[in-house]
Design a protein around this ligand. Structure first.
Ligand code: 5RP
Length: 230
């Protein structure tokens, strides 16, 4: 089975959990895209739900498919967020932000009673950090913010290059909130909780991609079937 087929399997399992009347957080990325696709099929079949998208890309997809949308201003408390991840460990700690959407994804997950991660088996790791950690930063004071990030990384036992995320054509990636993304190539993060707390304290760093204590369960699609964590 292809990786994409595994992603769709995980998404299908999550869609089956959705109950009528739920207020949903809709994630971003290729796995979440399958979820929105399959959710739209249920909506067309009569399921009544409302969703808050975590990115403009997801908003456009959901709108095009006729999934009813709301905002966190109108609907500040959600029942369930379903989202993908770039990495997850056995304690349901995540790295997110490969799609530069982790700021909105974290706000939406934090407003939800439950967060379920959907992913193919390649996302599961023993130790977080193989995937470069996304850091959304404002342009003002970038030099000083980079130094503060470097100190936080060192204090938490991490080391690695910080690179401004660019597209293949060389243009700089801006998030939906108009900020830059620095990717921190760390290899391994020995203490994700400690690093998250240190990064939380840096003013120019709007949000980092470590999701700690937010996910309640993960649906992992493997070649031999679905595995549930949590
Ligand atoms: C976007 C994210 C995505 O959830 C993450 O990048 C996983 O994406 P995919 O399902 O395409 O592998 O965090 O910011």
């Amino acid at each position: 089975m292809s990786l994409d087929a595994l992603k769709r399997e995980a998404a299908a399992r999550a869609v089956a959990i959705v109950q009528p009347g739920m207020r949903l957080g809709l994630g971003t990325g290729s796995t979440a895209k399958h979820f929105v696709d399959l959710l739209a099929e249920r909506v067309r079949g009569g399921l009544s739900i409302v969703g808050v998208p975590t990115s403009e890309a997801t908003r456009a997809q959901a709108q095009a498919l006729g999934v009813p949308l709301t905002t966190l201003d109108e609907t500040p408390q959600l029942d369930l967020t379903v989202d993908g991840a770039d990495e997850l460990d056995g304690r349901l700690r995540l790295i997110k932000g490969g799609g530069a959407a982790h700021l909105r994804e974290k706000i939406v997950a934090n407003a939800s009673r439950r967060m379920i991660v959907i992913a193919d088996e390649t996302k599961r790791v023993e130790t977080l950090g193989r995937f470069p950690l996304p850091l959304e930063v404002v342009t003002f004071g970038l030099g000083a913010t980079r130094i503060a990030i470097g100190k936080a990384l060192a204090a938490s036992g991490c080391a690695g290059e910080l690179t401004i995320r660019k597209r293949q054509d060389g243009s700089v990636v801006l998030t939906d909130s108009g900020n830059l993304v620095l990717d921190a190539a760390l290899g391994r993060i020995p203490d994700p909780d400690d690093l998250a707390a240190r990064l939380d304290a840096i003013p120019g760093l709007v949000e980092h991609g470590l999701f700690i204590g937010l996910a309640n369960a993960a649906i992992l699609a493997t070649a031999s079937g679905i595995e549930i964590i949590g």
